[in-house]
Write a protein that binds this ligand. Structure first.
Ligand SMILES: [Mg+2]
Ligand SMILES: [Zn+2]
Length: 197
């Protein structure tokens, strides 16, 4: 079965977008906008607005990310199952971390254009999802059945359409509230071994 994994908070220990905003952007803006997602802002609108406040050169941010963004144990073992990374983040900040780990995976994510006037996000898929009403990860995964591994808001709709879900953090809480079955995970070694049995 196809395997899709979220990036931030799923492959990585923390949310690298949040970490980058705290280091290079405007944390107060993040605090103001984050609770509005799903209320009067889409996730894409939130991300676009938050990264307009980042003006550092891409190379500087990539260096910082390579130094600070940690991946969960078991990424190498999970990578052997050839998952596709599906992220609301940026290819430009994901691929260098995979490279650091010596891993090559397909990445479905947005693109970012760094500028001293504020980073501009180019979203991979702007079509509103028929199920949740905003652009989301689900549309890109449609077709054959899949397993989904995720942790957060951006994973909700895609997880609901999966055959099997591994969830942690707020995605686990959301699925739990909805009474949707999922398998909790902490590191990726556990996910890889459960998928292999
Ligand atoms: Mg995430
Ligand atoms: Zn959706």
């Amino acid at each position: 079965m196809r395997l899709f994994v979220d990036w931030d908070g799923t492959v990585t220990v923390g949310d690298s977008l949040v970490q980058v905003i705290h280091e290079f952007g405007d944390p107060a803006l993040l605090a103001e906008l984050e609770p509005r997602v799903g209320v009067d802002l889409t996730l894409h609108e939130e991300i676009a607005l938050e990264f307009r406040a980042v003006t550092a050169p891409l190379a500087e941010v990539v260096d910082w990310v390579l130094e600070h963004v940690e991946v969960r144990p078991g990424l190498r073992e999970l990578a052997e199952l050839r998952p596709v990374v599906v992220s609301a983040g940026f290819v430009e900040l994901i691929e260098p971390v995979l490279g650091r780990e010596g891993i090559e995976l397909e990445v479905l994510a947005n693109r970012v254009e760094a500028s001293p006037h504020g980073w501009r996000v180019h979203f991979r898929d702007e079509a509103a999802c028929a199920t949740c009403g905003e652009p989301c990860k689900r549309g890109g995964l449609a077709g054959e059945p899949y397993v989904y591994v995720g942790d957060g808001y951006s994973d909700r709709c895609a997880a609901l359409a999966a055959e099997r879900v591994f969830a942690r953090d707020s995605l686990a809480a959301y699925l739990g509230e909805k009474g949707v079955p999922f398998e909790p995970f902490d590191d990726l070694l556990g996910v890889a071994s459960l998928l292999c049995t």
